[in-house]
Ligand binder design. Structure first.
Ligand code: BGC
Length: 935
């Protein structure tokens, strides 16, 4: 049998993907690619700390190594790096070490820049041919970017250093190791020879940069976001970052949709832009259309002197009609193969009419809640960016066509005005119109459409396998589950549940003995999106970030990369990755943009589709997130996004729609916060009317980790209101310490008793979960099925990682929990890890009773105790400790239910008599969760 897992091939694919996402913005005098033997001085403090990813859950992958940009250049035989310059930075960081901040979401956006000494720069410019200047930025979960120096803007120190380098060197190349676009005004002022967005490229990122700099890879990345002159130029800026509500008055006019329609002059680099080391000619071969689709054929010829790839983008300009339309909307794209000079390739685009349609949320066209093609001319443009794309053909519709009739869903309840174009003296100008508000009450819809379920039958002996074998229907199987079982299965557990792979974010499904007895497995899910996060320290592979992958404009490479990611998940026995993250880059300031893709939903959706297809190759999947409208991190649990139904459907939901309809998405994560007054996790309209009824989704929806719900628009959000989530078909509430015990004190049982939630609604959620589980590797493993691939992948886990997974699982008691002394490995250099499940939030103490075991008096016998990744205590016994000694250690409070205790014995020679963990104080009450009122 051939080898499926091949880490070298995974590395090559990641390196290739990261290189294909690099966007070359400027290359004066063809300074790039660098010739063999070029002498390079690398400037910029970020050479000392390559950002492989942004911060927060999306980037916490423990890796074997990271190749930064400097490391890649230094290791290359094709360039010669200037060691003196490097040494200067090395001494600087000794004095100015990397600042990680303290705690969650506090890592600074940038690290202090090194002021440059004139003599150093001068000498370097005499010795080296070119200067490479690296600028780094990070941001992430719970930490937006800001229009401040060090975040969106360069710092004065960076500008000063850049200017100095630029002055001394004829050739200066600036590399932006950033999560998403930053302010670019400085390019004009400083005028470096070349500028490249190299993004955060994962653990192989530095190699990818090297490949592009040296011309091994000819850049073909294209901007997935418009770069405007100023942050104020973006239509979202006015309503971004508020604490209570974001009124999205720019409506569908975000990114290039806004700039191409209203403000072309403010664009520095248009959407889809990116240079190559060669040049291409795009010629239209044909333009046709029929009842259903538009067909465009183009011929791309490499007219330059180097091999390269080009991306062709097709945009539509729909008639303004009654709804008003953007001047350009991306409706197809494709990338050529690698074309040698003089070679050409024909690209064919088939564009279903659905992609040309607009959503009428007011009824102004006579067709409320429908996707329509208004009458008039539809013109198509093809080219290599939104601005330069040229007309390739047009057709005219004499009558309006309804492409799809939908149902009003998730419309705003608050009056506000939205932007739209109006034609004035032949020019499109900005006007504002009233946004249509909600007519159909989602609660009424829900009540009228309550599901039915078979009555409770009690245990009839059917196992889940009998459903697979078609001996019993899923409904009959579920009829055996008690109300308690149904409530339990609606609750996921985490973080670091001992029921699944150690260190991952969540578990779901067969989490109680009773559920397990029905043959229901426990499925696992881990963060994502840029690789697997395992908090116990297990290593995985880290991928380029979402923005970088978006800029590849390449479905193939995304699919290929996520095939490997699928294998990594299988290797670690995880069923789902919490990602891809696919929210729209509404503003360049959103901290999580690095995880997301683009300002354009079509590009986002198509690439997510490809990633899901890759994962599905190996029967694992991605939990696409955050559904929907997570446009900022600030106050993300509560800030109310007020947005029209049209903008929701055309912008914020569209990518998800593609992922569901075309990518076969099986799992979705709702957001923390509310949209139009209703927390997304409890929005019947979002999760049932649109997602399931309209798009045909039949997988699972899970909440984000500890998410609220509410009963109606404007009602306060409440962590305990899980009934509202289940009613909406948010099947899993993530995460609880103990699903069976209802450790989160949710209202499922009480709502059921009071008739506010029906057993049939719970049964429907259970059906969604079970249907999902039947497709997972966890299900097969529970049946004892180990495929050849499983066996191969087991061998592909390092011994160290396998040991980390091999933990002793201990469910703690309310008061004192004994650890079995015989479980401890005390030989020299050995570790023993326990995963403990605390019964509640509490303070704890560890007590060890141990002695030296027949050791000479002078023996030193050190013991280190780690809790999670932190050292809590090291102590040393000596050979003279011949009698048992008691060592007491205060542990870190258990805020989350699961934690690890790792014991490391540096020398042999100790004997443990007893070990126990005592709960010293219940601190549950101090963490009463707040109920959040909407503004
Ligand atoms: C994030 C999710 C993540 C989850 C689990 C949340 O805070 O918003 O994206 O998957 O935590 O780590």
């Amino acid at each position: 049998m051939g080898k499926t897992w091949d880490i070298e091939k995974f590395k090559q694919t990641a390196r290739k993907a990261a290189a294909e996402g690099i966007v070359l913005l400027k290359n004066d005098g063809n300074v790039l690619p660098l010739e063999k033997g070029t002498k390079v001085s690398v400037f910029g403090r970020s050479q000392m700390n390559y950002y492989k990813s942004g911060t927060g859950s999306g980037g916490m992958v423990n890796v074997d190594y990271v190749i930064g940009i400097y490391e890649a250049l230094e290791a290359s035989k094709d360039v010669v790096v200037n060691k003196k310059v490097r040494e200067a930075y090395e001494s600087f960081v000794k004095e100015n070490p990397f600042d990680i901040g303290t705690g969650w979401a506090v890592e600074p956006w940038f690290q202090k820049e090194m002021p440059l000494d004139d003599a150093l720069v001068k000498e370097a410019s005499e010795e080296s041919d070119v200067a490479v200047f690296i600028i780094g930025r990070t941001a992430g979960e719970d930490k937006d970017n800001k229009n401040e120096q060090g975040s969106f803007l360069l710092t004065d120190e960076e500008v000063a250093a850049l200017k100095k380098v630029r002055k001394s060197f004829d050739r200066t190349i600036v590399l932006l190791n950033v999560g998403n676009i930053i302010d670019m005004k400085w390019v004009k002022e400083i005028d470096p020879s070349a500028v490249l967005y190299v993004w955060q490229g994962g653990q192989e990122g530095g190699n990818a940069v090297l490949d592009v700099l040296t011309g091994v890879v000819n850049p073909s990345g294209k901007l997935a976001d418009t770069i405007a002159k100023d942050i104020e130029d973006y239509s979202s800026t006015e309503n971004f970052g508020s604490e209570k509500k974001n009124i999205q008055s720019e409506d569908i006019y975000i990114g290039y949709r806004y700039f191409e329609t209203f403000d072309k002059d403010s664009v520095l680099y248009p959407f889809g832009y990116g240079l190559s080391y060669t040049s291409f000619d795009v010629e239209t071969l044909s333009f046709n259309y029929d009842q259903n689709s538009v067909f465009v054929e183009v011929k791309v010829t490499n007219t330059g002197a180097r091999s390269g790839k080009e991306v062709v983008q097709v945009y539509v300009k729909a008639p303004q009609g009654k709804l008003g339309k953007p001047e350009r909307v991306l409706c197809s794209f494709d990338k050529t193969d690698l074309l040698d000079p003089g070679m050409c390739q024909e690209l064919k685009f088939e564009i279903p009419k659905y992609w040309l349609a607009s959503y009428d949320d007011s009824g102004v066209t006579g067709h409320k809640s429908a996707y329509v093609l208004e009458k008039g001319e539809y013109e198509f443009f093809a080219g290599i960016d939104v601005r330069s794309a040229e007309s390739v053909g047009r057709f005219t519709l004499d009558e309006l066509e309804v492409v799809m009739q939908c149902e009003e869903a998730y419309a705003p309840v608050q009056d506000f005005k939205r932007l739209r174009p109006a034609l004035e003296s032949g020019k499109l100008v900005k006007i504002y119109e009233d946004v249509p508000t909600r007519i159909l009450d989602p609660n009424k819809k829900r009540e009228e459409r309550l599901p039915k379920a078979l009555p409770y039958t009690g245990d009839k002996g059917f196992k889940l396998k009998d459903v697979e074998d078609k001996k019993v229907s899923l409904d009959e199987f579920i009829a055996q589950l008690s109300d308690k079982d149904l409530c339990t299965i609606a609750r996921g557990e985490g973080m670091c549940s001992p029921k699944v792979t150690a260190g991952i974010a969540g578990a779901y499904g067969g989490l109680s003995e009773s559920l397990k007895n029905f043959g229901i497995p426990a499925g696992g899910c881990s963060d994502g999106p840029s690789g697997i996060r395992m908090d116990c320290g297990t290593h995985a592979f880290s991928l380029p970030n979402g923005t970088c992958l978006a800029c590849t404009f390449d479905e193939e490479i995304n699919k290929e990369l996520f095939k490997w990611e699928g294998l990594d998940l299988r290797r670690h026995r995880i069923d789902a990755l919490l990602g891809p993250g696919m929210n729209i880059h509404r503003s360049p300031l959103n901290g999580r943009n690095f995880e997301y893709f683009s300002e354009d939903p079509f590009l986002t959706g198509k690439l997510v589709k490809a990633q899901l297809q890759g994962l599905h190759t190996y029967d694992v999947t991605g939990v696409i997130k955050h559904f929907a409208g997570n446009t900022q991190e600030f106050k993300r649990h509560t800030v109310n996004n007020i947005v029209s139904e049209r903008a929701l459907r055309e912008i914020y939901l569209k990518g998800f729609e593609i992922a569901v309809r075309e990518g076969g998405a099986r799992a979705i994560m709702s957001t923390y916060g509310p949209v139009n007054g209703i927390w997304t996790a409890s929005s019947y309209d979002l999760l049932t009317t649109i997602l399931r009824k309209e798009w045909g989704f039949d997988g699972i929806v899970m909440t984000d980790w500890w998410a609220m719900g509410n009963d109606e628009a404007g009602a306060p959000g409440d962590y305990a209101n899980v009934a509202s989530q289940v009613r909406a078909q948010n099947d899993l509430n993530m995460v609880n310490a103990d699903a069976e015990k209802n450790s989160g004190h949710d209202n499922l049982d009480s709502a059921l008793l009071e008739g506010k939630l029906t057993r049939a609604e719970l049964a429907r959620g259970a059906a969604n979960i079970l249907r999902f589980l039947l497709k997972t590797p966890a299900y097969k493993h529970m049946l004892g099925i180990e495929s050849e691939l499983d066996k191969e992948l087991k061998d592909a886990v390092s011994e160290e990682d396998a040991n980390l997974q091999d933990m002793i699982k201990v469910k703690m008691n309310e008061d004192v929990t004994q650890l079995d002394p015989s479980d401890f490995k005390v030989e020299k250099g050995s570790t023993t890890t326990f995963v403990l499940t605390a019964p509640k939030k509490c303070l704890m103490e560890l007590e060890l009773v141990l002695k030296a075991d027949n050791q000479p008096d002078v023996a030193q016998l050190p013991v280190s105790v780690f809790q999670d990744k932190q050292l809590v205590k090291s102590f040393t016994l000596t050979g003279m400790d011949k009698e048992y000694k008691t060592v007491k250690i205060d542990l870190i409070p258990a805020f989350m239910s699961n934690f690890y205790l790792k014991f490391y014995f540096a020398q042999g020679g100790l004997k443990i008599k007893s070990a126990k963990v005592t709960v010293t104080k219940d601190i549950e009450a101090e963490f009463k969760r707040e109920i959040t009122e909407l503004a």
